[in-house]
Design a protein around this ligand. Structure first.
Ligand SMILES: [Zn+2]
Length: 296
């Protein structure tokens, strides 16, 4: 059996799975703020999973937002969790649980989970959350990069006249293709912005439809970037924005087809036909975190 934890800004979701990736039990708790507090809450989730699985667990895979040093088990830029840069997350959680901890970025974990659930060995996973990042499973293996920065396409500048990005550059792709980008264009008034936007467009608002199509075209740019860089079998739309479901995939596939209208080269790649949606009804990131424990 494997244990995986998906640690997010609002919740910690833990699962026990079989070696084949079948979810046997799950536990969800709210995320506290601060490194020690997150470790304590995560250790409690592991303890409850062990009790429900009636098993000692030797390896715990963890997906966490931020830049993860997978060899040291430390995390940087996990600002939403209040975890200090360089916090020795794996060491502390290992001490609290007695388990070996395999720590990775949440998008990497979700990409592994999506690969398992979709039955693909080769994919690019677009995490459309507050920011934008891609994660790559190529020939069945995560491609993390030499500095764990592979897939950080949200910080590729695409518009010299665009807004300053919090990374310090100007006009990064994530300023136009992310959940924050949607929220800036279409406030959700309590609802998630992407949900409000797609609902308004479906209800007949011409303004909303125009904003939706412009946003979908920028997400299509991200898809094209991943596809032309590593040419994975499929590109998966995931993250909070993907909760709007099939409507997002349809809008982005439509934008990809429009971009290919004048290009026999792009048309030959059939990007609309290679676009997938992350399964909405399954714990993709927690399952992927569990699978981190068995990855080489
Ligand atoms: Zn940036």
């Amino acid at each position: 059996m494997l244990v995986g934890l998906d640690i997010g800004a609002t919740k910690i979701l833990g699962v026990v799975t079989s070696a084949e990736g079948e979810v046997l039990a799950s536990v969800r708790v709210p995320s506290p703020a601060g490194g020690d507090q997150v470790v304590t809450a995560a250790a409690d989730v592991v303890e409850r999973l062990r009790a429900s699985a009636r098993s000692g667990v030797g390896v715990v895979g963890v997906g966490i937002p931020g830049l993860v040093d997978t060899s040291r088990g430390t995390v940087r830029h996990a600002v939403n969790l209040g975890v200090a840069d360089g916090y020795p997350f794996s060491e502390r959680l290992g001490a609290a649980t007695g388990a070996r901890i395999v720590l990775d970025n949440d998008a990497n974990a979700a990409a592994l989970g999506a690969a398992a659930l979709l039955g693909e060995r080769d994919l690019g996973y677009l995490s459309l959350g507050t920011g934008l990042a891609a994660a790559l499973v190529l020939d069945g293996r995560l491609r993390r990069g030499s500095g764990n920065a592979a897939g950080e396409i949200g910080h590729i500048p695409v518009d010299p006249a665009g807004p300053r990005c919090e990374c310090g550059q100007v006009g990064c792709l994530e300023t136009v293709a992310s959940g924050s980008a949607v929220a800036a264009l279409w406030p959700g008034n309590g609802q998630p912005a992407a949900q409000a936007l797609f609902d308004a467009a479906a209800a007949g608002s011409a303004d909303a439809a125009a904003v939706r199509d412009r946003f979908a075209a920028r997400v299509a740019d991200a898809v094209r970037l991943v596809a032309l860089t590593v040419d994975p079998t499929v590109v998966v739309l995931g993250g909070g924005v993907a909760q709007v479901g099939e409507r997002l995939r349809v809008a982005v596939a439509h934008a990809l087809a429009e971009q290919a209208a004048t290009s026999p080269f792009l048309r030959s790649l059939d990007l609309p036909g290679r676009l997938r949606l992350a399964p909405l009804d399954r714990p993709v990131a927690a399952l992927g975190a569990a699978l981190l424990g068995r990855a080489p």
